[in-house]
Design a protein around this ligand. Structure first.
Ligand code: TXA
Ligand code: MG
Length: 602
């Protein structure tokens, strides 16, 4: 389904602005689509009775039309208008778990559009407990059909920023209600038969439902056989998938996990879980348990790097695992690992809360593989593992004819969206400053622009700006760039070397920069010899690659270094070839340069 932008910009509404929420509700009643927060994930709401409005939601999501939407309400009185009858079983679940993270499937009433239910004679009903959702749904006063607010196939959004990332320009407005507490979608329970059938596990668990029924009779809908029509049509599609391959790192059997009873914790995240970990404070037994949890991450990472020395590995793990990596201080592992820490390692509530945002974050870091913590509990863990399972190896099976979604354009945050802004700068050095170093500077600028914006690795509320310059060890100052190099760079990037004017490197220039990269090895050695105190920030392109464990081999298996012959005196083709080679190297080195400077893409 082709997606078409219909708005220049999607309106972002503050949850405390009552008037704006009323206006958004008015727009929804008039056929518009509105993104809104819930305690599970954000939803894309529209009038469930209006087939045309529902079509807009399917279009904005790029969702196949045979996958029904859930109807959201702000008041239990609305249920009678949506369904043709409430069975005693359904009534029990409604009384016990609504409002909350549950969707009860019942026989539908005629008022609900067939578009909403994708032609089924049943409808899922959900009353969120999130106060902003409740305020909004009450203001709407009609049943609101809403799927999760992600582009079909992507991880569901649990923040307004992620909704914007997928939906900017495709829907009228988003109400920003902060981060969703649970982070996983509601439990979908089919109540049209004798016993309840869980079609999608969530924070309301089988044990929770059995306990209100007073007997063990809730059925977990099994894995879907190929030909069988799935009961919850959504479960047959590839889902929650980041672009990177996801692998689950199982927790050793018997590990005691916390947060598995999500209703008990009401989805609230243990905020202390994000405090720094002092490994010294662990008892021997705790330390041993931790090593066992960390081992699969470390072993698998080493295995991946042995096969592919360029691999970038994302870890979705707990804070203690990150602390262990820090303590190990293994240069190779550190250089190749991007972390997304959810909180305490054994806390499945935190892991669930952060999962979808974590997958999205690691995707933006362009890692090749994501190693994610597994949990073997029986409550919330079942829902967590269900989503993680779908995001991992089963991609093909779950994609009958559905192409992987294209990477959506990232939403550049204005730098003033951050409390603080850090800056850092890279310097490129060659002998002269009219050719290779100028070329590196120019190509690097394009890379920096292409990958913007950045945040600081040490403070997630701080933005990060990166600058780049060049100079020459023996350069004459004030020379124009080499005209062939100018032309080659222009051909490659559409921009020439611009205002770059040659200048000689000196200690003040070294001082101004945080990372100094020379074209040839002997240039880095010469700088370090003259200024030993800055040795930690001076590398040649080759030694920088080696320091990050990037071992390049030629076809006969010999270790190669990055060598860029000076093209001066050669023809234009040679210049172009050289500029292309430099561009390719810089592209490979770019993530490591970011890491060295202390920045991440967002
Ligand atoms: O937590 C949630 O449920 C979120 C928030 C926004 O409320 N919504 C959500 O909607 O996850 P969606 O459309 O992304 O997923 C709904 C799931 C799908 O797997 C769909 O097939 C299933 O519920 N479903 C909806 N109506 C159904 C029905 N009548 N019978 C069986 N399954 C149904
Ligand atoms: Mg969904």
């Amino acid at each position: 389904m082709e997606r078409a932008k219909i708005y220049k910009k999607t309106l972002l509404i503050d949850a405390s602005d009552d008037q704006a929420i009323k206006d958004a509700a008015e727009h929804l009643r008039n056929g518009e689509v509105i993104g809104f927060p819930t305690e599970t994930v954000y939803g894309l709401g529209c009038d469930a009775r209006d087939g045309e409005a529902v079509k807009k939601v399917f279009e904005a999501k790029g969702r196949p039309a045979d996958n029904p939407l859930i109807c959201h309400i702000g008041d239990k009185d609305q249920i009678k208008d949506i369904v043709s009858g409430v069975t005693p079983l359904a009534q029990k679940l409604i009384d016990s778990f609504m409002p909350g993270p549950i969707t009860v499937v019942m026989k539908k009433a005629d008022s609900i559009s067939d578009q909403t239910t994708a032609g089924l004679d049943t409808v899922g009903v959900r009353m969120p407990s999130h106060p902003v959702a409740n305020k909004f749904l009450k203001a709407c006063g009609i049943p609101v059909a809403a799927p999760s607010a992600n582009l079909s196939g992507r991880p569901s959004p649990t923040s307004s920023r992620s909704v914007l990332e997928d939906m900017d320009g495709y829907i009228y407005a988003i109400i920003d209600g902060g981060d969703s507490e649970y982070g996983l979608e509601s439990t979908v329970v089919d109540c049209t038969g004798e016993e309840p059938v869980i079609l999608r596990p969530g924070a309301v668990t089988k044990a929770d439902i059995d306990s209100v029924l007073g007997k063990d009779e809730t059925v977990m809908s099994g894995s879907l056989a190929d030909k069988e029509t799935p009961k919850a049509p959504g479960m047959k599609y590839r889902h929650y998938a980041p672009y990177a391959q996801v692998e689950i790192m199982n927790m050793p059997e018997g590990t005691e996990i916390t947060g598995d009873n999500a209703i008990g914790t009401d989805g609230k995240i243990d905020k202390s879980a994000n405090e720094p970990v002092d490994l010294k404070k662990l008892t021997d037994d705790e330390a041993k348990a931790l090593v066992n949890i960390a081992a699969p991450f470390i072993l698998r990472s080493r295995e991946i790097l042995a096969k592919n020395p360029f691999a970038r590995i994302g870890l979705y793990c707990g804070s203690e695992i990150k602390a262990m990596y820090d303590k190990m201080n293994d240069k190779l592992l550190n250089a190749h690992t991007e972390f997304c820490v959810y909180g305490k390692t054994v806390d499945v509530a935190s892991a669930s809360h952060g999962l979808f945002e974590g997958l999205r974050f690691l995707d933006v870091q362009e890692v090749d593989v994501i190693l994610a913590q597994g949990f073997d509990g029986e409550g919330l863990s079942v829902a967590y593992m269900n989503r993680l399972g779908k995001a991992s190896g089963k991609k093909e099976e779950l994609t009958p004819g559905m192409p992987a979604p294209a990477r959506p354009a990232r939403m550049p945050l204005p730098i003033d969206a951050f409390k603080d802004t850090f800056t850092a700068s890279v310097l490129f050095i060659d002998d002269n400053n009219t050719s290779l170093s100028a070329c590196c500077e120019s190509l690097m600028r394009r890379l920096i622009e292409k990958n913007e914006p950045y945040i600081s690795n040490s403070r997630s509320d701080a933005g990060f700006e990166i600058y780049c310059e060049s100079a020459g060890l023996t350069a004459m100052s004030g020379l124009e760039p080499d005209s062939f190099m100018e032309k080659a760079v222009k051909e490659l990037t559409g921009f020439g070397l611009g205002s770059i004017e040659s200048r000689r490197a000196d200690p003040a220039i070294y001082d101004d920069n945080d990372l100094i990269l020379t074209v040839r090895d002997e240039q880095a050695f010469a700088i370090i010899k003259a200024f030993p105190q800055i040795k930690d920030k001076v590398f040649s392109l080759s030694t920088f690659a080696a320091a990050n464990g990037l071992v390049m081999k030629d076809s006969s298996g010999r270790v190669m270094s990055i060598s860029v012959p000076d093209p001066s005196g050669e023809n234009y083709e040679t210049y172009l070839h050289t500029a292309k080679a430099l561009g390719a190297w810089l592209e490979i080195l770019f993530p490591y340069i970011l890491k060295d400077l202390g920045a991440s893409r967002i």
